[in-house]
Design a protein around this ligand. Structure first.
Ligand code: 5AD
Ligand code: SF4
Length: 440
């Protein structure tokens, strides 16, 4: 399949695009290859094997993959190229046909990557976009070096079928990993140095098991792990925001005061056309209950502007929803038609200029609210989890409970929890002054 014959690679480089779940998958693929004796390299052009862990959620993702492949062929060592992730799942055959890559592996099959690489090295075709019922997780090696803030995938896939979205097609139906497997992985992450765990899933708050434990029950079990200081979860769907989870925000101290709850739009007709199955009002009522449980919670969301048929008045409803909520931070995107999704067939494409204008106005409102949220934390005391070194000597960067980046001068080390007072707020980062070192 490849342009030239290949041998078994000795070095590899993984490049992940897109969401945190892809970052998690990319790390797991790197661990798999390291367990086979291959050595990681930071320089894609110096690697024998390059894994492009792709994202398909928005525009130009596929084109980006093809231009990356072109660049690697020009500047690299004629590496073996593996395309993984959602573009591989959605367009595997097209990629093989157009770019003659060596390996194509979907997000549910990447535990087979070493076998596929060996197959490609022997000149055989190496494509695996199966979605097996048995989980890939059992076939992955144990985690080794982990950062203080680690990801843990607990749920994958989506049954919601929002009309604009490829995820139900590329990641498959909603599947929850078993409770015991998650607790074991969490304990091994903590043993390897994690102080904070972010539970990941396309619909993480739909996580459940046969006992009906629910995400809140899982969070309460994680709360009992010694050495784990903080718990987060992302991404949630409004319809799965159950009472128990909202209560956990009031009662579980390790659960950080942050909620990412995408709404996408503020107008009911558009929400219906998106098949979101919640209304503007039901979404706002959920946020009221969350705020009642945890008054200082930082709220986050995702927005799409320019969905087919969106009028100026309907877009104004998105702006008024933003005003009503006062988000701490958000992601916002221009609608992009995804092949195979119902919205891609809808009439009423919004003109590119209107799309740009709406995104600009939305982002101005979101930036205003983010600055206001950050400014309101000045003078507050909180605990930071130190994640990395800052640019200046003696400076470290950490995250506040509200997921803000805070820099401070300290002799604390990566992984320490430090009590600080926030003394200054910029649009994207804050400054803190260390108080006393918190007990580990
Ligand atoms: N066009 C634009 N944005 C999209 N998203 C998902 N699909 C599309 C699309 N076709 C956004 C949604 C989602 C986030 C992960 O990406 O806001 O919540
Ligand atoms: Fe996509 Fe909607 Fe599922 Fe989120 S809930 S992954 S936007 S289909």
């Amino acid at each position: 399949m490849s342009a030239t014959p290949k041998t078994q690679p000795k070095t590899f480089h993984v490049k992940s695009f897109g969401c945190q779940m892809n970052v998690y998958d990319g790390d797991r693929m790197a661990e798999l290859m390291a367990a086979q004796g291959m050595v990681a390299t930071d320089d894609a052009n110096a690697a024998d094997l390059v894994v492009l862990n792709t994202c398909h959620i928005r525009e130009k993702a596929t084109e980006k993959v093809f231009s990356d492949i072109g660049r690697l062929r020009k500047h690299g060592q004629n590496p073996m190229i593996a395309v993984a992730g959602c573009v591989a799942q959605a367009e595997g055959e097209e990629i093989v046909r157009r770019a003659k890559v060596d390996v194509v592996v979907g997000p549910q099959a990447y535990h087979n990557l070493p076998d596929l690489v060996a197959k490609a090295a022997s000149g055989a075709s190496a494509v695996d976009t199966d979605m097996p019922v048995a989980s890939k997780f059992g076939a992955l090696p144990a985690r080794r070096r982990v950062p203080p803030s680690a990801f843990l995938t607990v749920q994958e896939g989506c049954d919601k079928f929002c009309t604009y979205c490829v995820v139900p097609y590329t990641r498959g139906a909603e599947v929850s990993r078993p409770f015991d497997a998650i607790i074991d992985e969490a304990k091994s992450l903590v043993d390897a140095g994690a102080r904070e765990i972010t539970l990941l899933g396309q619909n993480v708050n739909a996580w459940d098991d046969d006992a009906g434990t629910g995400l809140h029950g899982l969070i309460r079990a994680l709360d009992r792990i010694d050495g784990l200081a903080r718990i987060r979860y992302t991404t949630s769907h409004p319809n799965d925001m159950k009472d128990g989870l909202i209560r956990a925000h009031a009662e579980v101290e390790k659960l950080m005061p942050f909620l990412h709850l995408p709404v996408q739009a503020g107008n009911d007709r558009i929400l219906k056309a998106m098949n979101r199955s919640h209304s503007r009002d039901s979404y706002l009522r959920i946020l009221d209950r969350v705020r009642e449980a945890r008054p200082d919670i930082a709220l986050s969301g995702d927005f799409i502007v320019g969905f087919p048929g969106e009028t100026e008045a309907e877009f104004a409803d998105t702006l008024s929803l933003v005003d009503a909520v006062g988000y701490a931070q958000c992601f916002s995107f221009k609608y992009s038609p995804r092949p195979g999704t119902p919205a891609a067939e809808m009439d009423g494409a919004v003109a590119p200029e209107a799309m740009d204008d709406r995104l600009q106005r939305l982002q101005a409102a979101l930036n205003r609210d983010q600055a206001a949220f950050n400014a309101a934390t000045v003078g507050k005391s909180c605990t930071l989890l130190i994640e990395r070194k800052g640019k200046l000597p003696g400076q470290m960067l950490g995250k506040s409970p509200w997921l803000q980046s805070v820099h401070l001068m300290t002799d604390a080390q990566i992984g320490d929890l430090v009590e600080v007072e926030i003394v200054q707020a910029g649009p994207n980062s804050l400054a803190g002054v260390a108080k006393v070192k918190a007990a580990a």
